[in-house]
Design a binder for this molecule. Structure first.
Ligand code: SAH
Length: 217
């Protein structure tokens, strides 16, 4: 029992450390980290799953519900797809991107550089996946692959937002108009945007999210 408890402690400590790396470095650093040590990725995901079980609802279920209300003909890109729950739950064609394949559906790549043509998808999704510090580059990539008028869905941990209005203003600079925002959960926000045009190249200083760090338990 003691040994099991010690192992558990060690796993949680490693998870917290990896999680911190992901939120405090660029998406490229994350790609390098997991490429160098794929076991770290699996460990991260076990920790992520454990966190999710504590939540009243998984944010990805909200995205699933959203997509089921819209035509199944819409082409979707899931940035940071994890175990591909989204792709497995809808009829749409879903391009799944992540750093290491948890499922054969995954295309392995850094989300700042996905192998999709310009203006080729109708819906881009970031479900708890805006982890890298190069947010502008990552969201710029989503803008590039989205058709004009296409939808960007973001589900993110509520406590990561310092000031939602500043964040939404910065999103407008990146070519994303806010269509709806659900701030009702204390766990996560769900934001829906429409692409109004290309991403502006100038920096959007309001585009900041706090890292999501877990406490030791
Ligand atoms: N969207 C899934 C998983 C969320 S966990 C869900 O809601 O269940 C965040 C995911 O983003 C992880 O699978 C992680 O590996 C992935 N990720 C983090 N940085 C990434 C990057 N630079 N490129 C691609 N995927 C990344």
């Amino acid at each position: 029992a003691l040994r099991a408890r010690m192992e558990e402690r060690l796993l949680s400590a490693r998870f917290r450390y990896l999680n911190q790396q992901l939120y405090t470095g660029s998406s490229r650093d994350a790609a390098r980290l997991f490429r160098a040590d794929p076991t770290a990725f699996h460990l991260y995901h076990r920790g992520f799953e454990r966190q999710m079980r504590r939540w009243p609802e998984r944010p990805v279920q909200r995205i699933v519900r959203y997509l089921r209300r819209r035509p199944a003909s819409l082409v979707v890109a899931d940035f940071g797809c994890g175990d591909c729950t989204l792709a497995a739950s809808v009829r749409n064609r879903v391009h799944c991107f992540d750093l290491v394949p948890l499922s054969p559906r995954v295309t392995v790549c850094d989300m700042a550089e996905v192998p999709l043509a310009d203006e080729s998808v109708d819906v881009a999704v970031f479900c708890l996946a805006l982890m890298g510090t190069n947010l502008q580059e990552i969201l710029g990539e989503a803008n590039r692959v989205l058709k004009l008028g296409g939808t960007l869905m973001v589900a993110e941990v509520a406590s990561r937002f310092e000031d939602i209005h500043t964040f939404l203003k910065a999103m407008a600079q990146l070519g994303f108009r806010t269509v709806s925002k659900d701030l009702s959960s204390s766990y996560f926000y769900v934001l829906e945007f429409a692409k109004t045009g290309p991403c502006r190249a100038s920096p959007a200083p309001g585009l900041r999210l706090r890292p999501c760090l877990y406490k030791r338990r």
